[in-house]
Design a protein. Structure first.
Lengths: 93, 477
């Protein structure tokens, strides 16, 4: 067993996800299967191999430091679940 | 009225000459949608009034004698993870049920400029996570070839719309095979361009180093035309490449004499349905008769490609989906007495199971103590996949495989076993890991269901991929 119920609880907390007891049972089994399968990667010889983050080479995109205002602020405000004077309102901590 | 059964290039001449009107064409598409979509369920939303108005404007232009661009007036379906300003984009999630985008995706601007008529937004697996479109929070799309089966995923709605003539062409997105596999299951053409060819600005992000938007069409020529429209450097997407866009239709010839094809034994062996394998071998025979040569090759890293993908893609997804927190847009839970409750409950209520599963996988592999063993290891495995492809392309012009190990499976068949579902992508995944261009074209019918042939090319060599696909298609007409 690679993944335990405690692992699932810990990861869920990190990911800001609430999981019910039922979901926890199911997810523990499914994640365990998946990681059991994925642990085959341990058999792969990657000695001296560099990791790849981008398949197609990327470089830092520079541009002039000129402000280009976003033209549709109103839609952003309209999308807010709760809004006050152009601020996004959220419950207290 | 069967205008909607034609391809875009067949319709173009008739629109230009005035033989048919754009409004007739659009109405023909909507009529079919009205007849079929209660069963197929390809669409999540339609743009009826807007589409007709756009068609009317084009008809006026034609009357004035204006010359039409190749895809002007052609009805297109768009996957519901591509944003249209002021209109709802749901990503087939409850989280974004009423979300209206504040801007157009760059591809939408390009479709507009080309005069294309967007019919509606198509169904998909939630946040593009899935291989059957069964993970949609709204509806299950059915495969028009056999409605007891899935259309594939995650661009199942787009593939089904094209296959059912509910659109002439469509756009989908592909992260691990999500254009190619549904194209294969539904018997249409689907292509993922090289990473960076098409801007991702306005595509709701799943895995940023893997995602690409691409066409789904009835034939290879329409794919080439649609690529011409959507490809191009975009300052809003720093991963888009600054390379000239050739006219992809110029690659459509049958000159494949001496072309070398490599067929990885890892993609045509165990786990592949016998009839699918035989279909691919027949297709290779056909290409040989047309002058190409093929040989079996070995790309050993491919055995580990599925594991590599199911570590990297969820890792990137867990980062990309962290933004869904109920603060600025989308769903917010009513059970939110504190900020923390709001985050937890919003995300738990808003996301479906597959999305949660992948966020959890991704969070785990990036977490302290596991990052090296999983994520870093997977990134190194990714390098091995890239190296294997690079080596193969020193001797071969394209690589061919089945697109999927099976034909379309039945609705509900794989939903209880996520790992089984993930196996559908074993041949398409390596392509995204290496950022390569690849197409799926229909090559056979097996027990009534389409089989797809995958053709993979060198980076930015869509032209050779299209040429091989076109040759095969024309050679088997």
């Amino acid at each position: 067993m690679v993944i335990s119920k405690t692992d699932v609880e810990h990861i869920a907390r990190l990911a800001n996800l609430a999981v019910s007891e039922e979901e926890k049972e199911l997810l523990t089994k499914q994640l365990d299967d998946i990681f059991e399968y994925a642990s085959e990667l341990n058999k792969l010889d990657t000695e001296g191999i560099e990791p790849t983050a981008h398949a197609i080479p990327q470089k830092t995109p520079f541009r002039e430091d000129v402000v280009d205002p976003f033209p549709n602020r109103q839609q952003l405000i309209n999308n807010a679940p709760d809004e006050e004077n152009g601020f996004f309102a959220v419950p207290k901590m | 009225m069967t205008l909607n059964t034609k391809t875009a290039h067949e319709l173009h001449a008739r629109l230009q000459s005035g033989e048919i009107k754009a409004t007739e064409l659009v109405n023909s598409v909507f009529q079919t949608i009205d007849q079929k979509d209660n069963d197929i369920k390809a669409y999540l939303s339609l743009r009826r009034e807007k589409a007709i108005a756009e068609a009317e404007a084009i008809d006026l232009n034609i009357q004035k004698g204006e010359k039409l661009s190749p895809l002007e007036g052609i009805p297109i379906a768009v996957k519901d993870n591509i944003c249209i300003q002021g209109e709802v984009t749901t990503c087939a999630s409850k989280f974004l049920e009423n979300f209206k985008s504040s801007y157009n995706a760059t591809v939408i601007d390009r479709l507009r400029k080309a005069g294309m008529i967007i019919i509606g937004k198509t169904n998909m697996d939630e946040f593009a996570m899935g291989s059957s479109t069964e993970n949609s929070a709204y509806q299950v799309t059915r495969n028009p070839r056999d409605t007891a089966t899935v259309p594939g995923g995650s661009s199942g709605g787009s593939a089904a719309a094209v296959a059912a003539d509910e659109a002439i062409v469509a756009l989908g997105s592909d992260t691990g095979g999500s254009i190619r596999q549904p194209a294969s299951f539904c018997g249409v053409v689907g292509m993922k361009p090289t990473y960076g060819r098409v801007s991702r600005y306005g595509l709701v992000a799943f895995a940023s180093s893997l995602d690409q938007i691409g066409p789904l069409t009835k034939d290879v020529r329409d794919t080439a035309e649609l690529l011409n429209v959507i490809c191009g450097k975009d300052k809003m997407d720093s991963t888009s490449v600054d390379l000239p866009i050739p006219d992809f239709t110029k690659a459509l010839n049958q000159d494949i004499q001496g072309l070398k094809i490599g067929v990885p034994k890892e993609l045509i062996g165990e786990g592949v349905d016998e009839e699918v394998k035989n279909s691919v071998l027949s297709a290779l025979d056909q290409l040989k008769q047309q002058g190409a040569e093929w040989a079996e090759i070995s790309l050993p890293s491919f055995d580990k490609a599925l594991s590599t993908y199911y570590i990297i893609a969820p890792a990137e997804a867990s980062a990309n989906l962290a933004r869904y927190d109920g603060v600025k847009y989308g769903y917010r839970s009513k059970q939110a007495p504190t900020l923390r409750d709001m985050y937890f409950n919003t995300r738990s209520e808003g996301f479906g199971m597959e999305v949660k599963r992948r966020i959890l996988i991704g969070t785990y592999v990036l977490s302290a103590g596991y990052y090296d063993a999983y994520y870093l290891k997977a990134q190194k495995a990714r390098t091995l996949i890239l190296n294997d492809f690079q080596k193969a392309f020193e001797s071969y012009d394209v690589i061919i495989s089945p697109t999927a190990p099976t034909t379309a499976f039945k609705v509900g068949e794989k939903t209880s076993d996520p790992l089984q579902m993930y196996m559908s992508d074993f041949a398409t995944i390596p392509v995204n890991m290496a950022g390569l261009p690849a197409i799926s074209i229909p090559c056979n019918i097996s027990r009534g269901l389409p089989v797809g042939l995958q053709i993979i090319g060198k980076p930015f060599d869509e032209e050779t991929v299209l040429k091989v696909a076109y040759s095969y298609e024309q050679g088997t007409k």
